[in-house]
Write a protein that binds this ligand. Structure first.
Ligand SMILES: [Zn+2]
Length: 232
């Protein structure tokens, strides 16, 4: 199977579905990762003020994390961080559309629309638009992941609440996710921050307890289309 993960910022892909990606890769599936935004430039008054060396390091970290996870390929689009609303949605849709044409994924994992971070909602919308279920659409399933420190920090007041109904047992690959997050040295946080290793383990344990396993990642099914196996 070919799986595509579409994230807004470097590290969202690991936070959202790092352990699931690692498991899928271990099970001999092809995992592709696309990160739409460049990351961190929103921390400066003007995008141009950002330290380009720091940005290059972040992108190298993203590559290291993707390698750790076992992803086949990583595409960095480097759109302006936390400023995706300054770009026509259509332009973002076209990027996703072209990538989906190339990769031909059967499954896509992407952001939940109700997150605190606005870029996440835009990426969700772009993915849904780019993969409309018309005749010949290869994408059969789309899942929304949670991003700790963004999904829960909207407090269900900015969009639909995250309602996970699909759980992936990641008992064997949770530590690969933690190691992939460690590749993002600069983005790591101390406990009790939701992105800390302790919190990520706690979240996985909590979803594991919901799903009857030691550790799980939780997803909300956005769309599932089951094609005929032997179309006439
Ligand atoms: Zn993000």
């Amino acid at each position: 199977m070919r799986i595509l993960v579409v994230a807004a910022h470097p590290d969202d892909e690991v936070l959202g579905c790092g352990a699931t990606m690692a498991r899928l890769a271990l099970e001999k599936n092809e995992v592709y990762v696309a990160i739409m935004g460049e990351g961190i430039t929103s921390r400066h008054e003007a995008r141009e003020d950002a330290d380009t060396a720091q940005l290059r390091l972040l992108h190298r970290n993203a590559q290291a994390a993707a390698t750790k996870i076992g992803a086949r390929d990583l595409v960095l689009y480097k759109l302006p961080d936390n400023r995706l609303d300054t770009i026509p949605l259509l332009d973002i849709v076209k990027l996703v559309e072209n990538l989906a044409k190339k990769v031909k994924p059967e499954i896509i994992y992407t952001h939940h629309p109700g997150d605190l971070n606005m870029d996440h909602g835009i990426v969700h919308r772009a993915v849904l638009t780019a993969t409309r279920p018309m005749l010949g659409q290869c994408v059969r399933e789309i899942y929304a992941f949670e991003v700790p420190s963004s999904t829960e920090w909207s407090f269900q007041s900015l969009g639909p609440p995250f309602r996970p109904n699909v759980f992936v047992d990641v008992t064997r690959t949770l530590e690969t996710k933690i190691a992939a997050m460690a590749c993002y040295g600069t983005e790591g946080r101390e406990f009790p921050h939701p992105r800390s290793a302790e919190a990520l383990r706690a979240i996985a344990t909590r979803w594991g307890s919901v799903a009857g396993c030691q550790a799980a990642e939780a997803f909300e099914l956005v769309r599932s289309v089951r094609p005929e196996t032997n179309p006439k």
